[in-house]
Design a protein around this ligand. Structure first.
Ligand code: FES
Length: 107
């Protein structure tokens, strides 16, 4: 069972916002896309680029360093299955945004 940590107030994370939060041992990029939250480790698997500073379009984030693209829902690279970013579960409760302190295990 993952532990959860409150990382932000819901009111401070409006749609379109991105912020870097700390969840356990990880720096996590927390995206609010149209009211839905997605959380990926803030380190691109290519060379560690800050994914929170990437370009978000629909449900894809593009790394700001060399433009690798990832699906916000899964962390999977969109152009091939040879790379991915660790993904974290997010839940909203009592006016707060909570992130799991360990990434989702991949099948
Ligand atoms: S560091 Fe992200 S694409 Fe190179």
């Amino acid at each position: 069972m993952p532990e959860w940590i409150r990382v932000a107030d819901l009111a401070a994370t409006p749609p379109g916002s991105v912020q870097v939060v700390r969840a356990g041992r990880y720096d996590v990029a927390l995206f609010n896309v149209a009211g839905n939250f997605y959380a990926l480790e803030n380190a691109c698997p290519h060379q560690g680029g800050p994914i929170a500073e990437g370009w978000v379009e629909d449900l894809t984030v593009t790394c700001p360093w060399h433009a690798w693209c990832f699906d916000l829902r899964t962390g999977d690279m969109t152009l091939g299955q040879f790379a991915w970013i660790a993904r974290f579960e997010v839940r909203v409760e009592d006016g707060g945004v909570f992130v799991a302190t360990e990434p989702v295990e991949r099948a």
